[in-house]
Design a binder for this molecule. Sequence first.
Ligand SMILES: [Zn+2]
Length: 291
Amino acid sequence: MSLTGFSLSGGDRQFLEYRLRTRAFPQTVLLAGGDEDERLALAKYLANALVCTGTGTRPCGVCRACQKCRSDSHPDIQRFGPEKKNGVFKVETCRAIRQDAFVLPNDGDTKVYILEDCQCMNDSSENALLKILEEPPAGVYFLLTCSFRGAMLPTILSRAVTITLSGSETPFSEQTLQTAAQIAAALCARSEWALLQTTAPLERDREETGNVLLCLAEIFEDALRVKSGAAARGRSGEASAALAAQFTKPRLYALLEAAQKLSAENDGYANANLLLTGLCYRLYRATEQHT
Ligand SMILES: [Zn+2]
């Protein structure tokens, strides 16, 4: 089995593959959208890949860890969720997870928590969980599943990388597409000035800022697909192709991650001006880091 069996966008799939391959998997991932069976199946697949002790592509399917995963009996993969369907994901459960996270793993050096139906958490549960997500112990991973990402507190979203299942295309307005394409062009031109100028009109419109960030994430994802040899998709194809020509893969991942994080934090900023400054700064920085 591979990630191609899941209804992921090309960008999300490549992101997961890349991070598994380079063993730089984010410690908190939110799997949102799709149906609950698929979310759980993906969480289990990723958990298996993380505990796999194979040296090549993970999961290898043959090591002892993989065998245990097949029978759902790996001691370092634990599942939690609401006690009953549509019940509350209790604060007590989150506190117990927080304590357990500091206990060393049984088999290897990795522990994975699959937290299902996180949309059933209330604010106290999310805040209890947040404490451990802020500083997770080394080797501990949290895979959260959730019907839609908007159900989570912005503070949780800012700690997690969101992966969206069966990503139906969001219908962006012409204006949004145009602004996002202009931002992409400013990034390609490495012009901070053009970036500030393009984003200035967003100051008055928080909702439009959110749309532009989602649209940018889509463009960055598409640029990654182009980088892997695929053809650019319709709507913002030119922008994606230009980005793919200008930047390396790690830079495009950094841009995608920056757009996703900014999008998650959008609601959390009280000051629109500060958000835009942060947006320009972080996108620009993503183009120049050297890794
Ligand atoms: Zn394995």
